[in-house]
Design a protein around this ligand. Structure first.
Ligand code: SF4
Length: 337
């Protein structure tokens, strides 16, 4: 996909944070594109840098953030490309934040001000990002709440977030995020806090709305199972780097990277419920102590001393659109052909 075909193109994104202990690298040379209408799953354990990557798309990271010199994030809108990392003023950033890009979070209370009714918050956002007047914005907000399955939306719109159940708040947050018809929706662990039945309903609802509104989604989760149900393509992150990326089916059926293989082995399988799960051994290292060479070598069963702890692997093609970053891959592919 060329930069101009992509709705959003992330190139060589490096994000560091200034701390008392020095500079911490949270995201290291990450590149990916999302096409209009595409769902890209960003998967990894906590500490993998997926949320920091997502927040960079709206410049939502904290004030101590330093972006690498080569980092570029380009959003292609109808009236031309926007270089997101060069935006400075609140007015410039408003085009992106809540306008062309909306974000929904794991905890919907984070999206709603507790002392303002759901309706007033939805209306305010529409007044900022659309040409609707107050009456139209209220009517449209009721329609959106109804659309996400909130019954009696005409009355509920005047309630506060604390008066909604967890599942309803999640739906209201989705309604608010979609009401401005963003080109890209960032969904950061949107179903993790919900019970399994409501989780499935919310995923179905998001898929329906994506079809209806034709928007792209960046879906962030630690759960490859959820990605399998929702995404077209996936990027697997570990300690700030993309280890593997490709069409979801390919990556899940034939994972090429030992880390993705480990994540898939850790998923419960319906036909083998009595077989013990094999999690990836060990913990993700602290970003203050990034391992040299391949950042995964401290947990990788295949790691070769003298190679994997020295050389940094780059992503190489496995097949069409499917790439992985492992130093042994080339030899393994040659042996298999
Ligand atoms: Fe494992 Fe080495 Fe491949 Fe990294 S480069 S994933 S440590 S085999």
């Amino acid at each position: 996909m060329s930069v101009s075909d992509a709705l959003i193109s992330v190139k060589n994104l490096t994000v560091r944070f200034k701390t008392d202990e020095g500079l911490i690298t949270a995201v290291d040379d990450v590149s990916f594109d999302i096409a209009p209408g595409e769902v890209l799953g960003l998967v990894g354990e906590s500490g993998s840098g997926k949320s920091v990557t997502a927040k960079a798309l709206m410049q939502l990271n904290a004030g101590n953030t330093v972006y690498g010199e080569e980092s570029r994030i380009t959003l292609n809108l109808d009236d031309g490309p926007i270089d997101i990392l060069s935006l400075r003023t609140a007015k410039q950033l408003n085009v992106v934040r809540g306008g062309a890009i909306s974000m929904i979070f794991q905890e919907p209370m984070a999206s709603f001000a507790p002392a303002i009714t759901i309706g007033d918050q939805m209306v305010e956002q529409l007044l900022l990002h659309s040409s609707m007047d107050k009456k139209q914005a209220r009517e449209f907000s009721i329609e959106m709440l109804d659309r996400v399955g909130i019954s009696d939306a005409g009355r509920r719109i005047d309630q506060y977030a604390f008066e909604f159940s967890g599942g309803m708040r999640q739906r209201a947050m989705i309604a608010m995020a979609l009401s401005t018809k963003p080109k890209l929706l960032i969904a950061d662990e949107p179903t993790t806090a919900l019970d399994v039945t409501i989780q499935a309903q919310v995923i179905e609802l998001m898929k329906d709305l994506v079809d209806e509104f034709g928007m792209a989604i960046l879906f962030i989760t630690h759960d490859l199972g959820v990605i399998a149900q929702t995404a077209d393509r996936v990027a697997v992150m570990y300690l700030g780097r993309v280890m593997e990326t490709g069409p979801v089916r390919d990556v899940i059926r034939t994972p090429a990277h030992p880390y993705t293989q480990g994540l898939l082995n850790a998923l419960p399988k319906l036909e083998k419920l009595d077989v013990a799960l094999t999690p990836v051994p060990g913990d993700i290292p602290s970003p203050l102590e990034r391992p040299p060479g391949c950042v995964f070598h401290t947990r990788c069963a295949k790691a070769k001393p003298g190679l994997c702890d020295v050389e940094v692997p780059v992503r190489i093609p496995v097949k069409d659109g499917h790439e992985a970053a492992c130093l042994l891959l080339e030899t393994e592919m040659e042996a298999a052909s």
